[in-house]
Design a protein around this ligand. Sequence first.
Ligand code: DGJ
Length: 383
Amino acid sequence: MDRLYNIWLLFFLLPLLCACSGAKGQHEQYAAFHPGALWLDNESVHINAHGGGILYHEGVYYWFGEHKIAGRGGNSAQVGVQVYSSDDLYNWTNRGVALAVVETEGHDIERGSVIERPKVVYNAQTGKFVMWFHLELKGRGYEAARSAVAVADEVTGPYTFVESLRPNAGIWPENLDTAFRNTDVDVAAYEWWTPRWEKAITEGLLVRRDFEGGQMARDMTVFVDDDGKAYHVYSSEENLTLHIAELSDDYLSHTGRYIRIFPGGHNEAPALFKHAGRYYLIASGCTGWDPNAARSAVANSIWGPWEMLGNPAQGEGADLTFESQSTYVLPVAGKEGAFIFMGDRWRPRNPIDGRYVWLPIVFEEGQPVIRWHDSWDLTVFDK
Ligand code: DGJ
C-alpha cells in the first residue's frame, strides 16, 4: 500500500503541485505594467536590464540593459549587457548577453569595469546594430568618464567592442563663445560652487580643461531623428553640463559638431524624444543612486535653444520621480503621441533587485506629464 502511495505521489501529485505553485517558467502572462514590482521574464526570473533602452526593430522590441549581480559589488560589470525581446512590451524573453565583458586584464571592458546605460540603435545605411554605453575602467571609480561603442550584425548580438573614448577631443562646442575658446585655465584657482565658479562654468571652464583629451561623458542616451541622424547626449563636465553631439553617418564616431546645454545644471540620466516636431528631454539631478526630482526641457531644434520645463512628474511621490531615475523614453510603435517613461529604482546594496518604473507620458499644454499608476496598460493611450 505504502509503495502504491509513493508512486501516486511521484507521478501525479508532485507534477500537479509544481504546476500550481508557479515554478520556473510557469508564471502567468502579463497584461499590464506594474511599476516598481518584480518583473519576471519568460523563465520567471526578474528582468536584469538596468539603465536600459529599447530598440524597436522589425516588429519586435529589444530591451538592452546593465546586467547586475547580487550584493554590494553588483554594480560593476561581471557579465555585460543583457538583452530581452517582446512583442507586447509586457512579456519579455531573455535573449542572453548582447555584449560580454572580456577576461583580458587591462581591456577597456574587462570584468569589473563599469558598463552603464547601454543604448542600441540600428543603422539603415550599414545594416549594423550600434551600441553606445558609459564606461568606467576597472579600479578607477568614475574618473575615466568615457563613452564606448560596440557593433553587431544581429540585433541580439554578439556585439563586438570597437573603442572607448572621451568625445570631441580638440573640438570646441558650437555654442561656446569664441572669447572663451582657449585652454588657458587653472581650475584649481576656482573655489567649488562660488559665484566665480558658476560664472567660470558658464564660460566653459571644464570644457577648456578637457579640450585636448576629450570631454567627460558619463550618463548618456542616443537619439535617432526622423532623417536618420543620430545624436549622443551625455552628462559632461563633472556631471554639471549636458552635451548633445552628432554621430557620424555610420553611428560609430562623433562628427565634432556638439553643443552644451544648461551649463552648471547638474543633469544626469538624459532621455530624449520627439513629439509633434519638438524635441523633449527628461533628466534627473545628481544624487548618486538616490532618486531626486526629474526635470524636462523642450526645443524646436536639437541644436537648441533648449528651454527648461520643470519636473514632468506630478502628484504624490513626484518630488522623487516616484523613487526612480530616468533611463529612456520609449515611443510606442503604431500609437502616435504615445510615450513611456522608463526609470530605474536602484538598489545599490543589492543591484540585481533594482526595479523598473515605467509610466505613461501625457502632454498637457505642450508639456510632458508623468503620473503614478499602480498598474496600467497601453489602452491609456487610446483615451
Ligand atoms: C547616477 C547615474 O545616473 C547612474 O547611472 C550611476 O552612474 C550612479 N549615479 C552611480 O552613482
